[in-house]
Design a protein around this ligand. Structure first.
Ligand code: ZN
Length: 392
């Protein structure tokens, strides 16, 4: 076996144990960050409306020091300097994605804006973490950050169950170069994933399990007096359930991605663009949303399963373990016969049954798709290697 050196990013999450004063300081910083985000957004909007031009990140950052001197804004000094820059960078990022076709940046709402980030000046000392303006915070040190790690940034996050520090660091990593065990994976609704060598991963359906209780609580919430004591209590219970769903979903995705990257050194998946999928289900001018109902159901389930997270996990785990991940164009993967190559939508008799019109090949539909995905993945990878050789 061969090895090669790479640098990888890792994030460890620690639960913090702030005292009352510290908790107030953290809340205050978070509140001020949110306020800063909103005034920076407002500035961008009004500047654009009056001049027809945009303001960039550096311009806004330059103005910051004047802002803190302005009367009435002194309270914002509680934000550590680098966290301020991060707020403006976050806003800048939403603008960048807006220009690439994403949604227009939104106002930061109290329950949505839940974290602030510090790139430096955070010190760790076994079970204590020190940040500017809050002093030493105690934390549960569940595992140690490696000694040779270079800390890149820390995000302080407020959740229903308390405050957390998410530390992201860079370390040297030795990844093995492995022999080829190739696999194609089809993601679906009936099964979460089906591999080309016949492994079936069942769907966990986390949401459905908790759906009943959520429904009851939401009905209760609607009856209660808004912002009253009982209303807040119910809302707290609801967010606890959502947190539970998120945690068990991530846990499941970690397990599956671990297993796959352990077993295979070459993994082909479909390049699913979740945003495009949600868009396409609404239909366009030509194709008046046929299958709209079916598709929106599928999209909802896919989103529920957190395919986005899954691909992220698969991506970084492949790099760490020396596997190769290839994303292929999902077109025709479910309609093409893997035996003779005949493409027709009539090949797929039902959600689970595939029967080729041309050669009569009969197989589980997801299994046929995963075989196609593997074939396309290998072809794409060879093509890329040939192109790289031609350049060298
Ligand atoms: Zn066929």
């Amino acid at each position: 076996m061969y090895f090669y050196d790479i640098k990888i990013y890792r994030t460890y999450k620690y639960k913090l144990r702030p005292n009352k004063v510290q908790r107030q300081s953290l809340e205050q910083i978070l509140g001020c960050c949110r306020f800063l985000y909103n005034i920076a957004l407002e500035e961008r909007i009004t500047y654009y409306e009056s001049t027809g031009k945009g303001i960039g990140y550096y311009h806004q950052q330059y103005q910051l020091k004047d802002l803190f001197k302005t009367e009435g804004f002194e309270f914002m000094k509680c934000i550590p300097a680098q966290a301020r820059q991060d707020v403006l960078k976050r806003l800048d990022k939403t603008y960048t994605s807006f220009f690439k076709g994403g949604g227009f940046p939104r106002w930061a709402k109290k329950h949505k804006y839940s974290s602030f980030t510090l790139p430096q000046h955070v010190k760790y000392d076994s079970n204590k973490v020190t940040i500017p303006k809050v002093e030493k915070l105690r934390m549960f040190c569940s595992r140690n950050i490696p000694k040779d790690a270079a800390i890149k940034f820390t995000t302080f996050k407020k959740q229903v169950d308390g405050w957390f520090a998410c530390v992201t660091f860079e370390i040297d990593h030795i990844a093995p170069i492995r022999d080829n065990q190739a696999v194609g994976i089809d993601m679906g609704v009936t099964y979460f994933a089906v591999t080309s060598d016949g492994q079936y991963f069942d769907n966990p359906k986390h949401l459905a399990k908790h759906q009943r209780r959520l429904k009851i609580l939401k009905r209760k919430l609607a009856r209660q007096k808004k912002f009253g004591y009982n209303w807040r209590k119910t809302r707290y219970q609801i967010s606890k359930i959502y947190l539970k769903i998120t945690n068990s979903r991530k846990d499941f995705l970690h397990k599956v991605s671990n297993q796959l990257t352990n077993e295979y050194s070459f993994i082909a998946v479909e390049d699913l663009k979740l945003k495009n999928m949600t868009k396409s289900s609404k239909g366009d001018a030509e194709n008046h949303g046929s299958m709209v109902k079916q598709k929106s159901g599928l999209n909802r389930v896919l989103l529920d399963l957190g395919i986005g997270y899954f691909f992220t996990f698969l991506d970084y785990k492949s790099i760490e373990k020396g596997s190769k991940l290839v994303k292929i164009n999902p077109r025709n993967t479910s309609r093409k016969c893997n035996k003779c190559g005949h493409i027709s939508k009539n090949n797929r008799k039902s959600q689970s049954k595939f029967e080729c019109e041309s050669c009569g090949y009969t197989v589980n539909a997801d299994r046929n798709a995963s075989d196609n995905i593997l074939g396309d993945g290998v072809a794409l990878s060879r093509k890329r290697e040939a192109a790289a050789c031609a350049l060298a």
